[in-house]
Design a protein around this ligand. Structure first.
Ligand code: FAD
Length: 354
């Protein structure tokens, strides 16, 4: 089947030699490394994980329609991969015969600081987007997620939230145009796809509707200085009461204040197992105003000046993922160095925990 598929592709793509170097079948020595490159969960790096018949890494829009025609003709499923962060590996695993279209070559980003917009290839990462915005303006930002290696292809088409959530909403709320290849191989933009499809790909998951090639987004304004803090509280430091109280404060306070909790198991000083809650915040403003807001809304946490650090918004991205804040270059690195085994699941809490 693989040979037949390649023959079909040769006929359909006029300049096949230009793409043959971008097609990886299991006999290609680079097949495994190309497959693994964007796998972010070791659960899906095993001999028992179903493997694609081929991985295609197109470079141009026109190379995608022929892949769609012939996958359909040969009853192969297409898995589209941008950053590879799908929690269940859906961009590179399937129970039926399949091929992967990997968009990692679609990572061009053009920022127009004057218009406060950017066009970005679906294979770009949010780290690349943040970096490119910063190069153009320290006062502009984008309300996307935390982890720099997350791909914008999956992230924007599923929603996408991060530290600017409270003030600006989701990444998908700021998508103002898109280019997509539909199931019939047509390349559509917002105008030609119509508002229904444009609505659906901003939250409904892109792969349900086609292959997204690029997004146009509206950028948002941030102050030159933001303030971050992370305060840890164990169970014997009132963590339970603070977490409970936080549920009333966090959704209702000043919208410049993003305040989340990450709670984990922890071994206390005397060797006992406990739970540690990390209250982690990015505030769109300086320390003085943050202290005033916290004193009014959440004095129980006991935030003091020494807990707070002022920095730029882009540095807060690095801070939140534990990277040194003095170099922005790691934001451009799309290789995730610490891939582990995990199960991830998210939900939106509608009722407060008693
Ligand atoms: C370590 C980690 C950190 C995360 N942090 C955050 C966070 O801070 N905030 C947040 O909101 N979410 C976060 N997520 C969730 C993440 O936003 C989603 O998993 C998102 O779908 C990943 O997009 P991707 O392009 O990297 O993934 P992929 O695995 O490439 O794709 C995810 C899904 O989208 C489809 N898809 C991808 N590209 C395209 C395309 N071009 N056209 C059509 N369909 C496409 C895939 O087929 C798949 O179904 C995180 C996930 C991980 C693993």
């Amino acid at each position: 089947m693989t040979n037949g598929f390649l023959e079909c592709l040769k006929k359909e793509i006029h300049n096949y030699t230009s793409i043959s170097s971008l097609v990886y079948t299991p006999i290609n020595p680079s097949y495994q490394s190309v497959l693994d490159f964007s796998i972010r969960n070791k659960r899906f790096i095993s001999d028992s994980t179903p493997k694609p018949l081929m991985i295609i890494t197109p470079e141009y829009d026109y190379q995608i329609a022929p892949i769609i025609y012939f996958a359909k003709h040969n009853q192969l499923q297409i898995r589209t991969r941008s950053g590879g962060h799908d929690f269940e590996g859906r961009s590179y695993v399937s129970e039926v015969p399949f091929v992967i279209i990997d968009l990692l070559n679609f990572s061009e980003i053009t920022v127009d600081a004057e218009q406060k917009t950017a066009w970005l290839g679906a294979g770009a990462t949010i780290g690349m987007l943040y970096y490119n915005i910063k190069v153009k303006s320290p006062r502009l930002a984008f309300p996307g997620g935390f982890f720099p290696t997350v791909g914008v292809g999956g992230h924007f088409s599923g929603g996408g939230w991060g530290v600017l959530l409270r003030k600006y909403g989701l990444a998908a709320d700021h998508v103002i145009d898109a280019r997509i290849v539909d199931v019939n191989g047509r390349i559509l933009d917002r105008n030609s796809m119509g508002e229904d499809l444009f609505w659906a790909i901003r939250g409904g998951g892109g792969a349900s509707f086609g292959v997204i090639l690029a997004w146009k987004v509206r950028l948002v304004e941030v102050p030159e200085t933001v303030t971050v803090f992370t305060i840890y509280r164990d169970l014997d430091q009132n963590a339970t009461q603070l977490v409970h109280r936080w549920q009333y404060v966090a959704p209702n306070c000043d919208e410049d204040l993003f305040l989340r909790i990450v709670s984990r198991r922890n071994i206390s000083g005397d060797g006992r197992m406990t739970i540690r809650a990390a209250f982690n915040s990015v505030f769109l403003g300086g320390i003085d105003r943050l202290l005033a807001v916290m004193e009014e809304k959440f004095p129980e946490l006991g935030l003091v000046r020494d807990d707070c650090i002022e920095m730029s918004w882009i540095q807060s991205i690095l801070y939140n993922v534990g990277l040194p804040i003095d170099s922005l270059e790691p934001l451009l690195d799309r290789f995730q160095h610490d891939v582990g085994y995990y199960k991830g699941k998210s939900d939106y809490v509608r009722n407060r925990f008693p």
